[in-house]
Design a protein around this ligand. Structure first.
Ligand SMILES: [Zn+2]
Length: 311
């Protein structure tokens, strides 16, 4: 760049130094993704959730996050397609999971975001905690620590969520972990049993119980970060809402299609997200925050949101 006058060279050097510094800084980041099955944003607002509220205050928040895309909306509005989108960053025409049978899954071509992390940073450590057994069995790969929980009769999520909170907190406090996915199932279970609505006491109680678990995870991360000086980002979202006691075939029901998204931490933008956000944005935000270079060949549908320096 010798043809440039000296002040211009200085400017270019400053910009390049800043870019390199930022890249290095991102490479040392850590991400926790918390998935709460079947949580309606209006019920989140109605419940007493000091721990989720504190994450919202320390980051960016959307209560109009879409569980289906602009480009593709044909999958059922249930957990299999929803969590597959949240873990892979693509819609169901790509990941192939149209319902809870997981038939047609294309996770080889569109894998769990842990796989992309391990491809570029084999030394980074990943951990998964899930008590909806089919999701663990079908969708999880690239996990260094993989804990699955089995609710008795598929209805004992209060117990297994508690076990998840305890074990995930222990791992987050003591192990070398760079990316963790922690799933809680009881809010959806309660919605199916009693109703998905802010006026349903059992549904609200399930949300408040999960909030306490979120508090345990955050405490573990705070203690850890005080020791390690790591920069943790926490993302929280859901796979669908609900109406009555269900959420299937909800393609024209806003209470089912709208969920929430929290992007929280020191490097998160603060305040309401003004653009439309989608559940496929969750893993892409996690990848970008970790310093993973997004390859266009991956054909991701999501984009990073709520991070300083992203739209
Ligand atoms: Zn679900």
């Amino acid at each position: 760049m010798n043809y440039l006058p000296s002040y211009a060279r200085l400017f270019v050097w400053l910009v390049m130094s800043f870019v390199c510094f930022e890249t290095n800084a991102i490479a040392g980041n850590q991400v926790l993704v918390i998935g709460i099955d079947g949580l309606r944003p209006d019920a989140l607002a109605a419940a007493k959730t000091p721990n989720l509220d504190s994450l919202i205050q320390n980051g960016s928040f959307s209560e109009t996050t879409q569980i289906q895309g602009k480009r593709y909306q044909d999958s059922d509005t249930i957990s299999g397609p929803g969590w597959s989108s949240i873990l892979t960053g693509v819609w169901a025409d790509k990941h192939g999971v149209q319902d809870n049978s997981f038939a047609g899954k294309q996770y080889e071509d569109f894998p769990h975001y842990f796989v992309r992390i391990k491809e570029q940073f084999p030394e980074k450590q990943t951990a998964s905690f899930i008590d909806w057994t089919p999701l663990d069995e079908h969708a999880v790969s690239g996990a260094d620590i993989r804990r699955k929980y089995n609710p008795a009769d598929g209805k004992d999520y209060i117990r297994t969520d508690r076990e998840i909170a305890t074990e995930a907190s222990k791992v987050l406090r003591h192990e070398q972990i760079d990316a963790a996915f922690v799933y809680f199932g009881q809010v959806d279970e309660s919605g199916h049993a009693h109703g998905f609505h802010p006026t349903v006491p059992e549904y609200i109680r399930a949300i408040e119980t999960v909030d306490l678990h979120v508090g345990e995870l955050q405490k573990a991360i705070r203690e850890r970060a005080a020791r390690t000086k790591e920069n943790w980002l926490t993302l929280v979202s859901s796979d669908h809402g609900g109406q009555g006691t269900g959420h299937g075939s909800g393609h024209s029901t806003p209470e089912i299609l709208n969920v929430f998204l929290i992007v929280s931490g020191k490097n998160a933008v603060k305040g309401k997200l003004t653009q439309t956000t989608f559940i496929v944005d969750v893993p892409v935000t996690a990848l970008v925050y970790l310093g993973v270079k997004i390859d266009p060949q991956w054909k991701l549908d999501g984009q990073p949101v709520g991070l300083q320096g992203t739209p």
